[in-house]
Design a protein around this ligand. Structure first.
Ligand SMILES: Nc1ncnc2c1ncn2[C@@H]1O[C@H](COP(=O)(O)OP(=O)(O)OP(=O)(O)O)[C@@H](O)[C@H]1O
Ligand SMILES: [Mg+2]
Length: 306
């Protein structure tokens, strides 16, 4: 059984008064449990678009995406959100921490949308996760008091706190120096190995790409496996050409806190606006931080689904 499968996936966007733009075409990719895949590609080749599909944040224009061998198109938007929250952890170049929350509150946040025992033990689980990433002594620190490497560790703790089966990383070391970047990758590898999570890492950095077991290149929306075992992913010239020259179009890049909530499976409505549900959830996160009794919508719905 595969964890995630893309079959002949295409993503096309249509802007007003513009011809249709095909960003991804004929993408086939199967991610097995515990897999470790790297994807490299030039700026604008479609990496973030692909990551949004892998992360169930977007649906393909054509082709089939299956999670646990079930087409994700058959899920409602809310169910897809819950699946994402429970099964997928995101690590981005921008750490996307909630600026007004402590390290511990940031890591606790995804657990607000879990159910049962996990929900009630959320603070202990989050604290243990922060210990694991070496930040047990910074639980009450606000993000702006932490170094870049420490902020990325908090973001990683938050991504992994629900024990995702798939870790999706988009330039995870892009904002870090070489040594910090290496230790952050070791941390992700370590947690992935312990929990059996699969990893898909999108990167410009050949050293990071080399850590993966299977390697792919994305070129103008076409994904190709790189078979060479010695794996020389890119020449220096190619790397220079690939460095982003424009602001990134990542879903999380320009967003405030709300975009972050979506990554953790905070239910959005099926019309696609999602603003109300997310605003409510944000309020819930705030009231939890103040110690109010929780109204755990997600937990209730999970039980109904079971
Ligand atoms: N919603 C959209 N509407 C129009 N064009 C889009 C949309 N989303 C992406 N694109 C275009 O599709 C191409 C691929 O975008 P994408 O963000 O996936 O690239 P990328 O490989 O992640 O680039 P980078 O390395 O700079 O982050 C780009 O040319 C981008 O401008
Ligand atoms: Mg991108």
């Amino acid at each position: 059984m595969s964890l995630l499968q893309l079959e002949d996936v295409t993503r096309t966007v249509i802007a007003p008064d513009q011809p249709a733009l095909t960003i991804l075409s004929g993408v086939n990719l199967t991610i097995e449990p515990g897999d470790h895949v790297s994807i490299v590609g030039r700026s604008g080749s479609g990496k973030s678009t692909l990551l949004n599909l892998l992360g169930l944040l977007d649906l393909p224009t054509s082709g089939v995406i299956s999670f646990d061998d079930r087409p994700v198109k058959s899920y409602s938007g809310a169910r897809r959100d819950r699946l994402r929250g429970a099964s997928i952890g995101f690590v981005f170049q921008q750490f996307n921490l909630l600026a007004e929350r402590t390290a511990l509150e940031n890591v606790t946040m995804p657990l607000l949308y879990s159910s049962g025992r996990t929900f009630w033990r959320r603070k202990k689980i989050a604290a243990e996760m922060l210990e694991l990433v070496g930040l047990g002594h910074r639980m009450t620190s606000m993000p702006d008091r932490l170094s870049g490497g420490e902020q990325q560790r908090v973001a990683i703790a938050r991504s992994l706190v629900r024990g995702p089966r798939l870790i999706l990383a988009d330039e995870p070391t892009g904002a870090l120096d070489l040594d910090t970047g290496q230790s952050v990758m070791e941390l992700i590898d370590d947690v992935a190995e312990r929990t059996g999570a699969a990893q898909v890492v999108i990167t410009h950095d050949p050293m990071i790409a080399r850590r993966a077991r299977r390697h792919f290149r994305l070129d103008r929306g076409i994904l190709t496996p790189v078979d060479d075992p010695a794996f020389e992913p890119l020449t220096r010239r190619e790397m220079r050409e690939m460095a982003p020259t424009e602001p990134s179009t990542d879903v999380t890049a320009e967003g405030g806190d709300r975009d972050v909530l979506e990554l953790f499976g905070v239910p959005t409505d099926d019309t696609g606006s999602g603003a109300t549900a997310r605003a409510d959830a944000e309020g819930e996160a705030a009231s939890e931080a103040e110690g109010d009794a929780p109204a755990d919508e997600a937990a209730t719905t999970d039980r109904k689904d079971a």
